[in-house]
Design a protein around this ligand. Sequence first.
Ligand SMILES: NC(=O)c1ccc[n+]([C@@H]2O[C@H](COP(=O)([O-])OP(=O)(O)OC[C@H]3O[C@@H](n4cnc5c(N)ncnc54)[C@H](OP(=O)(O)O)[C@@H]3O)[C@@H](O)[C@H]2O)c1
Length: 230
Amino acid sequence: MNNYVVVGGSTGIGLGIANRLAGQGHSVHVLSRSSSDQWVKGIEHTPFDVLNDEVPADWEELQGLIYCPGSINLKPFQSLSGQDFLQDFQLNVMGAVKCTKAFLKALKKVPGASVLYFSTVAVQQGMPFHTSVSAAKGALEGLTRSLAAELAPKVRVNCIAPSITDTPLASKLLSSEDKIEKSAQRHPMKKVGSVEDIAAMAAFLLSEDAAWITGQVIGVDGGMSSVRAL
Ligand SMILES: NC(=O)c1ccc[n+]([C@@H]2O[C@H](COP(=O)([O-])OP(=O)(O)OC[C@H]3O[C@@H](n4cnc5c(N)ncnc54)[C@H](OP(=O)(O)O)[C@@H]3O)[C@@H](O)[C@H]2O)c1
């Protein structure tokens, strides 16, 4: 049994990862502003707002840190203020930096420990209205590679870059059957992502099976970043 902290494990992808890890018998602690009635048995929770609170880093040893908070702030470039860009940077990048700093000592004590971040397909593939989020997530991808270099061989650092996935964060974009179908058709694999699609890759990257994988940004995106469908 290993210790994992899932920052942002109360909804969406983080909830799926927390439940999957707990289902594998691991000890899982979620840090998020709200709790969930969908957690499987045994998940512990501490209320935490990454933008305002000190990180409750009470762990001596940690196998994995998963940082999930993120934004989809889609607007034309001229409608996004400088403040919008800074807010996206704070949540997506500085939040990850703050949590990683707080848990690094505990991670370094465990052989095979790793950190997992979340980017977006919109870094690799230019998409209209994504300037703010892609700028922030692009920085997070840079952090992934640089930190992986600095922490090797002790701690692995990887990042998953999903395309649109059915979670509360994406609910406005998937609010009707028509929107879901149109979004699905834009993907070579003809479907939008599910939490399970992403959580499966997360569990793999955190596991011993991924012991030789670090500094990677892995697209789990229905082919969106690299395949042009017929
Ligand atoms: N869903 C997609 O289509 C999609 C696509 C590309 C990339 N991503 C990325 O994937 C990651 C997970 O996304 P998701 O769709 O699962 O999002 P989500 O459903 O909104 O979940 C985000 C989690 O982060 C927590 N959180 C948000 N703000 C927080 C704060 N200030 N302090 C502490 N916790 C906070 C939320 O919990 P509380 O509200 O309880 O705090 C929640 O548990 C994000 O980084 C996102 O950018 C998602």
